[in-house]
Design a protein around this ligand. Structure first.
Ligand SMILES: [Zn+2]
Length: 290
């Protein structure tokens, strides 16, 4: 099992038990919280992976659409060009017909009318030829765009396959880790006092964390002060004490106080001295299970 990995992102709850004997349930609940947090992180990750795959597949679909669009533009270009060529042919036939008619007309007016038709058809042909030239230039750009879109699609397809494979592997790994965590979790839960466990579960459900460090007489999760008497009790870590305000189970970490006491504050030094004498008490008080 990835023990170090499981502890990686959750180093917040780290208590120097060597300095203070800790109530066994409190100790187990801190372990349980680490496991629960890691399990919920993994569960979220597993749930998020299909979404990531869907997102990259949507991106792939965009690239496919871009390729199709580029192809459609080229087809459209070619169709228009064929139409223009057919139109030119039609006008040329008309011109040939007008010319052959012109040799047999009787009046100047009739002749001028035919020549006028010829002129009109020639203008149309010239217009078609201009348009064909434009289409040829456009076609070059459209073919370039298609090549770019196809290259992007190729790259993207390879990426998608890679990401999908990675997502599958990650999901399998996470599920394996989760199974291991569940075993650990069940083992710990079976040893914790029922009412402490029920309280833990309730707070965990509501607040996503069930324990909080108490420091400087405050709950470090909700920052509400605890009563002096309660504070003295918390400092021994000998029983399960909950925050009156947020309900989290409070624990005391002597290391935090030692760090704070390093600053030159007489009051804090005095308090640190108190800690030195406190740990002599036993841890048996509220440890019925084990
Ligand atoms: Zn609180």
């Amino acid at each position: 099992m990835r023990k170090s990995g499981a502890e990686g992102p959750i180093t917040r709850v780290r208590i120097s038990t060597s300095l203070l004997p800790m109530n066994a349930d409190l100790q187990r609940l801190t372990e349980l919280e680490k496991i629960d947090r890691e399990a919920s992180r993994l569960t979220e990750e597993v749930a998020g992976l299909p979404k990531r795959v869907a997102a990259i597949e949507a991106k792939l679909a965009e690239h496919k659409a871009a390729v199709e669009k580029a192809k459609a533009r080229i087809k459209g270009n070619e169709a228009t060009r064929r139409q223009m060529e057919a139109d030119i042919k039609g006008f040329q036939e008309k011109i040939a017909k007008y010319r052959s008619q012109s040799s047999s007309v009787k009046t100047n007016d009739e002749y001028r009318a035919l020549m006028h038709e010829v002129e009109f058809a020639e203008k149309q042909i010239s217009g078609c030829e201009d348009k064909i030239l434009e289409l040829m230039i456009g076609l070059e750009n459209e073919e370039k765009a298609l090549k770019v879109a196809e290259a992007e699609l190729k790259t993207e397809s390879a990426d998608v396959e890679k990401e999908k494979t990675e997502a599958r592997i990650r999901t399998a790994e996470d599920e394996k880790l989760l199974a291991g965590l569940k075993e650990k979790r069940d083992a710990i839960r079976s040893t914790v006092n029922d009412s402490a466990l029920a309280h833990y579960d309730r707070v965990m459900r509501q607040r996503k964390s069930a324990l909080a460090e108490a420091r400087d007489q405050k709950c470090m999760a909700c920052f509400v002060m605890v009563r002096p008497q309660t504070w003295q009790e918390i400092r021994t870590n000998e029983q399960i004490i909950t925050c009156n305000s947020c309900g989290r189970i409070l624990y005391f970490d002597p290391a935090s106080e030692t760090a704070a006491a390093a600053e030159p504050a007489k009051k804090k030094k005095a308090r640190a001295a108190e800690v030195e004498t406190a740990p002599e008490q036993t841890e048996q008080e509220t440890t019925p299970t084990q």
